[in-house]
Design a protein around this ligand. Structure first.
Ligand SMILES: *[C@@H]1O[C@H](CO)[C@@H](O)[C@H](O)[C@H]1NC(C)=O
Ligand SMILES: *[C@@H]1O[C@H](CO)[C@@H](O)[C@H](O)[C@H]1NC(C)=O
Ligand SMILES: *[C@@H]1O[C@H](CO)[C@@H](O)[C@H](O)[C@H]1NC(C)=O
Ligand SMILES: *[C@@H]1O[C@H](CO)[C@@H](O)[C@H](O)[C@H]1NC(C)=O
Length: 609
């Protein structure tokens, strides 16, 4: 079977293989039921057999290549490496694969060997980093039979574990209990997984987190949920649980990571408290499942409507106001005409004297729903007056009904970030570590404007402790940026029922939900993904969220709420009165001037005479 060809300089080992091996490879790939691209690097078979292999697999739709990896990583899950340990190059192939980390998921490996040839303690294969996520099958040929074994380690420095995978003796026998890799590898045999917990609110969290006693839930509630979920995950994987604490989520500043993300990056932790997904973080970690919602928002009460617009002009559209003005002018004019005619017929002290000022006085008293002592005495004027009063009565009823509603209405004026930026309400943030990072990395004018209002250049930033911040939200005209959950807990403790009605949240960071980060190429990534999904499916996660977190407060009995009218609400009217006062003073001055001038003129005239 074995022949050695000696060339001039290069010595090349060529092994003859029979169709049995090729049929085995074919049925192995068939049994996988996955799209496959076979890579046989460093194979030393006869050219004829190599061609035979490629042909046979080609018929089954499997691509083969003898060179290294394709450039694109999109098809990594298709790749299957074939190594024959009898070939002298195989050791180098394995070493190359170790240094390029090719044993990891999703690559597949099929390693051929002669039974009994290998000393397991020395072989290169036994030193390779075949970790728990690796799919490596060792096929040992043994007198017309291949015996298949799966090899993996549960931790990088643990012993190599093996489990039977089946055999081939013309027919393929698959002895895996489950086809899914991660269902077979659920036992980490006590390998220690480290969870990084982030503490933001209080250092007492350390104690209550580990005791899981649900005390002081106002501090880091989401972190406590994440720890409990991770503890369940460790139990499901038979892993030993370890924990570390960090005091920052982790942000990239000048190319350096800090906090929790740095802990993962430097291998101090395998997974961590769930955190908001930033594209930068994707370089270091992979996000798996959401465990506890971690929404960062501006929370505020909508300013009352009177603050954002003139409620006295709101009941009617501007067209109606124009129509009222036109009607008033027309009625003044017609009243003036009719009274002019009346004065010719009779004269009476309570009668309109035919001047425009009397007509205007009557019309304006009708507009203001007041009476007037002068009135028309004859039918045409009276008909006109009657029409004017009726029309204005209907308008007045509509107007006053509208004003009552508007006085009580909170405005819905601030719904988006740009409206928040344009409003005059105070902006501030929670006085914790993340506030110093999450607000700054934006370039667009709206975000920069808001950032500058919270952190004015050269002044003290607008950071408030949560108790103070929530009290200011209650007083109104104050927007507070924080993770919403502790804010809502405090609101439930301190707000009156109707004060919760107009609570609004506006997103600044455009955050998705928060997800649990795992180191990007961690061998435990898929396993953690699977168990986290199971924790979610079993409803454990939902129960934890209900137990630990407070949802957005809702108010009951909105209609019975009594709102008092303040100076702010009638501000337009007061301004209007001030204008009127100024105008009357001006008119008075004008009258005095005119009086003095005419007096002087008449004195001059008298002197001349
Ligand atoms: C191993 O890697 C080196 C360089 O990366 C390459 O030159 C060599 O051909 C590789 N060997 C095999 C057998 O693939
Ligand atoms: C295994 O390694 C030891 C020492 O490193 C060496 O003496 C022995 O010959 C090796 N065995 C095989 C089968 O390569
Ligand atoms: C869990 O791991 C330990 C090793 O730490 C092992 O002895 C035990 O059999 C494993 N338990 C299960 C249920 O597999
Ligand atoms: C908690 O303790 C650490 C180290 O002792 C300190 O750096 C951190 O600021 C503390 N955090 C709080 C919220 O007190």
């Amino acid at each position: 079977m074995r022949s050695v060809l000696v060339f001039m300089i290069i010595i090349k080992v060529v092994i003859g293989k029979d169709d049995f091996t090729i049929n085995f490879i074919k049925s192995f790939i068939e049994n996988e039921r996955k799209p496959t691209h076979l890579i046989y690097n460093g194979l030393c078979w006869e050219k004829k057999m190599e061609l035979n292999l490629v042909n046979e697999l080609f018929k089954y739709g499997v691509r083969c290549s003898s060179s290294n990896l394709p450039r694109s990583t999109n098809q990594d899950h298709d790749l299957m490496f074939l190594v024959d340990l009898d070939c002298p190059d195989s050791e180098e192939v394995l070493r190359n694969a170790s240094s390029n980390n090719l044993f990891r998921f999703p690559f597949r490996w099929l390693v051929l060997s002669k039974a009994g040839l290998m000393d397991h303690r020395n072989a290169t294969l036994w030193k390779c980093p075949v970790l728990i996520s690796s799919d490596l099958v060792l096929a040992e040929e043994n007198e017309k039979e291949f015996v298949l074994t799966e090899l993996y380690r549960s931790s990088p420095d643990g012993p190599m574990l093996s489990s039977p995978r089946g055999k081939y003796n013309g027919a393929f026998l698959d002895s895996r209990p489950h086809r899914e890799l991660f269902r077979r590898r659920r036992d980490l045999m006590g390998h220690a997984l480290v969870m990084a917990n982030v503490i933001q609110d209080s250092n007492s969290t350390k104690e209550h987190l580990l005791k899981e006693d649900r005390l002081e839930l106002q501090n880091d509630a989401a972190v406590k949920i994440c720890w409990i979920a991770a503890r369940h995950a460790f139990e499901m994987l038979n892993a030993t649980r370890r924990h570390i604490f960090s005091y920052r989520w982790g942000y990239k500043v000048n190319g350096e990571w800090s906090g929790m993300i740095q802990d993962i990056k430097s291998n101090r932790a395998d997974l961590a408290t769930n955190c908001v997904l930033y594209s930068e973080r994707l370089d270091v970690v992979t996000f798996t499942d959401m465990v506890a919602p971690l929404r960062m928002r501006f929370v505020f009460r909508q300013p009352p409507l009177a603050y954002v617009s003139n409620i006295f002009s709101l009941p009617f559209s501007s067209n109606v106001w124009v129509a009222i003005a036109v009607c008033t002018a027309a009625s003044t004019l017609t009243l003036c005409l009719t009274s002019h005619w009346e004065t010719k017929v009779e004269k009476n002290p309570t009668q309109l004297d035919g001047s425009i000022s009397d007509a205007l006085l009557l019309t304006l008293s009708a507009v203001a729903q007041q009476g007037c002592f002068v009135e028309p005495k004859r039918a045409p004027g009276r008909i006109l007056e009657w029409f004017l009063f009726t029309a204005l009565m209907a308008l007045y009823a509509a107007y006053s009904a509208n004003i009552v509603v508007l006085l009580q209405a909170p405005s819905n004026s601030i719904k988006s970030l740009s409206q928040l930026a344009a409003s005059k309400i105070t902006l501030a943030a929670n006085d914790v570590d993340y506030s110093r990072f999450v607000l700054s990395p934006y370039k667009d004018p709206t975000h920069v404007h808001i950032y500058r209002r919270i952190m004015p250049e050269g002044e003290k930033p607008n950071f408030y402790h949560i108790h103070e911040g929530v009290e200011k939200i209650r007083q109104g005209l104050f927007a507070y940026h924080s993770i919403v959950e502790p804010v809502y807990r405090r609101i439930e403790e301190t707000f009156l029922e109707q004060e919760k009605c107009d609570l609004t949240e506006v997103d600044f960071v455009n955050g998705f939900d928060a997800f649990t980060p795992v180191k990007k190429d961690s061998p435990y990534l898929e396993m953690l993904r699977v168990v986290y999904k199971q924790i979610r499916e079993a409803g454990v996660q939902g129960a934890l969220i209900k137990r630990f977190l407070v949802p957005k407060p809702r108010c009951v009995g909105e209609m019975s709420a009594f709102t008092s009218v303040g100076l702010l609400d009638i501000q337009p009217v007061l301004v209007f009165m001030v204008y009127g006062l100024l105008l009357s003073v001006l008119i008075a001055i004008g009258e005095i001037v005119v009086h003095k001038v005419t007096k002087r003129c008449s004195i001059k005239k008298m002197r001349k005479q």
